[in-house]
Design a protein around this ligand. Structure first.
Ligand code: SAM
Length: 426
């Protein structure tokens, strides 16, 4: 390696002014240019100046990409700086030239930190460690990197000490981060799926509410749930004879068995029939009336999970439920994805009957806005509150040592704020 870093100083001319003035587009282009060149994004920040112009930087594990735009001149100045040899900054140069619709560009590459001019100093890396965390007895940290899940208005950032798993599967990018506040965390396509420190909220609420209110559950089906948390909670119910789990992506199962063992602990349980397949296909082929409880523990309605939010899919779930069957879905956040939230409750009502569909809430700190919802749709006479035996629920919660679910939480979860009631006409 002749030099520590490569620095390309770029001038883009005759770009489309509207593009150079669109902070979201600039951010997406700069992040896209980093990923295209094989870089790993750590964080990025962009600012729109008034009345026009954008400035921003993308920090990558291999250094940074920075930009400042003058839309009024159709001009953008960009710095592409990479260290090591895994990333080719010229790929980013070409990517941005197209993204900005530049008439032409000029660039010069500087070798930064020519090895011939450098001599290694004998310093002790430990000195560089994060003294504060050492003081409070925490593990010594050397990195200060953040994972950020964002949409164009809201973002959640978690400090982490590196990535433990990173695979692009046939369906999605499967990553596991070692976060400082929430332990190991699974993300799919950059969205938080589950963390070691708050997963119990989601998994206890999506499981015990239906299984403690169904009159006599024997067979349960999980669609998705590749982290294993829903299966773990289901298998606490001894009355269940079989739990079938249909997860589309074996990389999710692999990542969780390796790095989230407390969540994936039941994936080898003999009572669990784990099938790697598309849940939509499985439900279509399953026998009518063959399940007492179906839990749809899916990702958001994108990619492989899109079809899990469709009328056809829910109609098939209705068909495979037994007469007193219950369907539970993670139904997104009424605050964060209110359009999807409203739409799916209308669909549930059209299939199960409006008076047989109930919504309940739980608070999951690492999910967007922290407020998350679940739907409870009854094919027969099962009812989330009338069917609740408080003593049985209290004993179950205590005997199983649950961290979130108990009889009072069960009841209160269905007490909805007015804005949510209004959204689903309840
Ligand atoms: N708790 C998470 C949430 O609320 O976003 C969901 C966790 S779980 C990991 C979601 C799982 O659904 C993923 O492992 C994903 O691969 C799986 N999945 C998505 N689409 C699927 C499909 N069509 N059939 C089966 N599993 C699917």
């Amino acid at each position: 390696m002749a030099s520590l870093g490569r620095h390309i100083i770029v001038e883009y001319y005759d770009c489309t002014p509207e593009i150079l003035n669109d902070v979201t587009l600039i951010q997406e282009s700069m992040e896209g240019a980093a990923v295209k060149a094989g870089a790993t994004i750590i964080n990025s920040t962009f600012h729109h100046f008034s009345p026009y112009g954008v400035s921003g930087v993308v920090v990558i594990e291999e250094s940074h990409l920075a930009i400042h735009t003058w839309p009024e001149f159709g001009y953008a100045s960009v710095d592409l700086f990479t260290c090591g040899e895994s990333v080719d900054p010229w790929i980013s140069y070409q990517y941005l030239k197209e993204a900005f619709e530049a008439g032409h560009g000029s660039a010069v590459e500087l070798k930064r930190g020519e090895m011939a001019l450098l001599t290694r100093k004998d310093f002790d890396v430990k000195q560089l460690r994060d003294d504060k965390s050492a003081e409070d007895g925490g593990p010594i940290r050397t990195k200060d990197v953040w994972f950020t899940e964002r949409d164009d208005k809201i973002a959640l950032s978690l400090k982490h000490d590196g990535k433990l798993y990173d695979e692009q599967s046939g369906f999605q990018r499967v990553e596991v981060y070692n976060t400082q506040a929430y332990g190991n965390m699974l993300t799919l396509d950059g969205m938080v799926m589950t963390t070691e420190k708050d997963e119990y909220v989601y998994h206890e609420m999506i499981t015990h509410i239906p299984l403690l209110t169904h009159p006599n559950p024997k067979r349960a089906l999980i669609i998705g749930g590749g982290d294993g948390g829903t299966a773990r909670e289901m298998l606490r119910h001894e009355g269940l004879e079989e739990v079938v789990m249909v997860e589309i992506d074996d990389k999710v199962i692999e990542a969780c068995k390796m790095h989230l063992p407390t969540i994936a602990s039941a994936l080898e349980d003999p009572k669990l029939n784990l099938i790697v397949d598309d849940g939509i296909k499985y439900v279509k082929e399953a026998a009518s009336g063959s399940f007492d409880v179906v839990v749809v523990d899916s990702t958001d309605p994108v990619g492989p999970a899109e079809g899990l939010f469709s009328v056809d899919f829910y109609k098939e779930v209705y068909r495979i439920l037994s007469d007193d069957g219950i369907m539970i879905t993670q139904s997104e956040s009424p605050r964060f994805n209110n359009k999807v939230f409203k739409e799916i409750y209308e669909v549930y009502g059209s299939i199960f009957g409006q008076d047989k569909v109930y919504c309940y809430l739980a608070y999951i700190p690492t999910y967007p806005t922290g407020m998350w919802s679940f739907s409870y749709s009854a094919k027969g006479n099962a009812h989330p509150l009338n069917g609740l035996d408080k003593e049985k629920s209290r004993t179950f919660s205590e005997s199983q040592g649950l961290s979130y679910y108990n009889e009072a939480i069960h009841e209160s979860a269905f007490a909805l704020p007015n804005f949510v009631k209004k959204m689903i006409n309840q």
